[in-house]
Every structure is written in C-alpha cells, then in structure tokens.
Design a protein around this ligand. Structure first.
Ligand code: TXA
Ligand code: MG
Length: 333
C-alpha cells in the first residue's frame, strides 16, 4: 500500500507499524529505504527476510535530526573521533553514512553482528517526520537498507518499491529522490577516515570538512568485505550493461545497422542508428542530474525488455565518482 508521506495520518500509521515490529518503506534524499526498529533484533530480522539479504550484511541505522538524534547517536555508538564529529557537523542531515564503533549490546542485528554500526541522518522531510514520530514513541532509529531485493537496482520512487515488494508493504511516498544514488559511506572506526562507498558528497568535500586525507578502501591492510554495496556485481538490472565511449557506441550501432534490436543507449552524445528499434535516452551532462536519473533509467529500460544497455562512460572527474561506481558495478554483473 502506498500512502502520501506528507500527511500526518500516514506518518502516524507508519510509526504504529514500526513500533509493532513491522516494516515500512520510506523516502530519503538518496533512495527509498526499507525500515524497521533498529533497537529490535526481531524487527530487523524481517528486513533480511524480505530483502533476501544475508543476515551478516550490516544495515544503516537512520536517526532523527536535533536532540533526539544526538541521543540516538550516543545510544548506538561510542564517542565519535573528532574527524567524525566534523563530518556530522558539516553534512548531517544529508547523504552521508558514518561507520562508527558500536555500543555493545545495542543494534546487534542491524549491525549484522559487527562491532561497528552505520549511522545516517537523512535530510528528506518525510524521513525526518517519521524518525521524529518513532523517537517520540521509544524507537530510537530505523534500520534501513535500500528498499530493493538483494543485488537489484535501488528504488528512487514509491512505485519502484511497490514493484519490488507488492501491496503488503506500507510505502510512504515522498516523491522521486533528489540525489538518486545511495549515501557516501565513510568508515570512521579505524582512526582515520576511509571511503567505503562514493556518493553525492565527494572526496574533496569530505577532506575539506575533516582536514584529513581520505583513505581508500583498497589501500587498507585487510580490505573490508562487509559492505554489500561494495560487492563487485551489484545494482544489476536484468539487461546486460556495457560501459562504452561515444565512439564505440557509434561504431556498434553502425555495425548492427538497420537490424539493431533489443538495445538501449544512454549517452551524453547523440549517436545515430539506422534501426528504429534502438531505444535512446539522453544522459545529462551534469553529474548530479545523472545520478538523480540513473536507477530510474536502468529500471525503465529493463522494463522495455532490452537485452543490452550501452551506457556512455562518465567523465573521469571527482564529481562523477558516485555515478561511475554504480555503473561499473551494474556492468560487472
Ligand atoms: O543512501 C543510503 O545509504 C540508503 C538509504 C536508504 O539511506 N541506504 C543504503 O543501505 O544504501 P544499504 O543497506 O543498501 O547499504 C548500506 C551499506 C552496505 O553496503 C553495508 O554493508 C554498509 O552500508 N554498512 C552498513 N553498516 C556497516 C558496517 N558496520 N561496516 C561496514 N559497512 C557497513
Ligand atoms: Mg542497497
């Protein structure tokens, strides 16, 4: 069932379901999340079951802004190192997740049994209204992975979530997500900031806020295998995604000529095809606009039944890192 998340009735109903240990999908500025009471291990088990996700994959816990959020922080996490506090100051509420050392005995299932926990304070007003209503009733935070089945493309509209889970799941509609790719994840549990997943908040912004060099996941002595969002093949549509430069796309279409079919092209350039059956979508020139559309475009092209999606390789600059990362993973599937 989809309810308009901007109404007080919908927020009350969702908070009631969550308090009773149920699941509710909610909008954030990045993607839609599948929420459960992070303080209840049995409620969190429902998320793993619904997603078909292995239960040792840790989830992100969403907390309210303001004093309730500060309370939740100290409930779930041990005192943050100074550089993590600076990140909270600079980017919360917003599309940034921090991995921090967990308070033993709290949020164990949400953390997938790790001694760390992922915390995020989302900026979306519907998410904030829901988190505030939950905190009001003793639910300190919502465990919430992206509201898709394991390994699939993240949802950026209420309808996408409905397509994944059907009518039994309560979905709060907050419109299309403004950011469109999942939050940047910075591991703050290792003494220095480490980038686990690139997102809308860029490397440059993180380094400016902390005054420290942001380390890379693959430079760690023991690279962290825990983040499913960092699995090689993730974010996969049914169609095969190929990253190609503009010239390779044009050459491919030329070779196939009038018989080209079951192919979609998402490119900043405008390649020519002699086949009317090639589906073309224009990729925005701007990284943020591209991120906003990315998952919706993959879903839409998939729904058209194409076998191949040829995507023009994004520019090799910092602002495109999040988009590039998601596309590379989609192409690796
Ligand atoms: O934008 C987002 O972050 C969205 C919205 C709903 O907030 N959520 C999201 O959740 O992308 P999910 O579960 O699909 O991805 C969370 C990522 C996973 O790759 C998970 O393994 C990693 O965060 N993660 C969570 N807690 C962790 C921890 N303690 N250590 C390492 N990685 C962690
Ligand atoms: Mg996900």
């Amino acid at each position: 069932m989809i309810l308009d998340g901007r109404t007080a009735e919908a927020i009350d109903e969702a908070a009631r379901v969550l308090r009773a240990g149920g699941l509710v999908a909610f909008p954030t500025e990045t993607v839609y999340g599948l929420g459960a009471d992070a303080g209840s291990d049995s409620a969190v088990a429902g998320i793993f079951a619904a997603k078909g996700r292995p239960s040792d994959h840790p989830l992100i816990v969403h907390v309210a802004a303001g004093p309730k959020g500060t309370e939740a922080l100290s409930r779930f996490a041990q005192p943050l190192p100074p550089f993590a506090q600076k990140l909270v100051q600079a980017f919360w509420p917003g599309p940034l997740t921090l991995i921090v050392t967990r308070q033993p005995g709290v949020g164990t299932a949400a953390a997938g049994g790790q001694d760390t926990i992922g915390l995020r304070c989302p900026a979306h007003p519907v998410a904030q209204a829901l988190l505030a209503a939950c905190a009001e009733h003793g639910v300190p935070g919502l465990a919430g992975p992206s509201a898709n089945r394991f390994g699939r493309v993240s949802p950026t509209t209420a309808l996408h979530v409905h397509e994944e889970f059907g009518d039994d799941l309560l979905v709060l509609d907050g419109g299309p997500c403004a950011v469109g790719i999942e939050s940047t994840i910075v591991d703050c549990s290792r003494g220095a900031p480490v980038l686990l997943r690139p997102g809308a908040i860029s490397r440059v912004q993180i380094e400016a806020a902390t005054g420290e060099r942001l380390q890379d996941r693959d430079t760690l002595a023991a690279p962290d295998p825990r983040a499913s969002g960092t699995l090689e093949a993730h974010y996969a549509p049914n169609a095969k995604v190929r990253l190609m430069d503009a010239r390779a796309i044009q050459t491919g279409l030329d070779v196939l000529g009038a018989s080209a079919a079951h192919i979609a092209v998402w490119a900043r350039s405008v390649p020519r095809s002699r086949s009317a059956r090639v589906i073309q979508r224009r990729m925005p020139d701007d990284a943020a606009a591209c991120a906003q559309q990315l998952f919706a475009v993959l879903r839409e092209l998939d729904a058209q039944g194409v076998k191949l999606i040829w995507v023009e390789t994004p520019p090799d600059t910092g602002e495109w890192e999040g988009v590039r990362d998601r596309l590379q993973r989609a192409a690796a599937a």
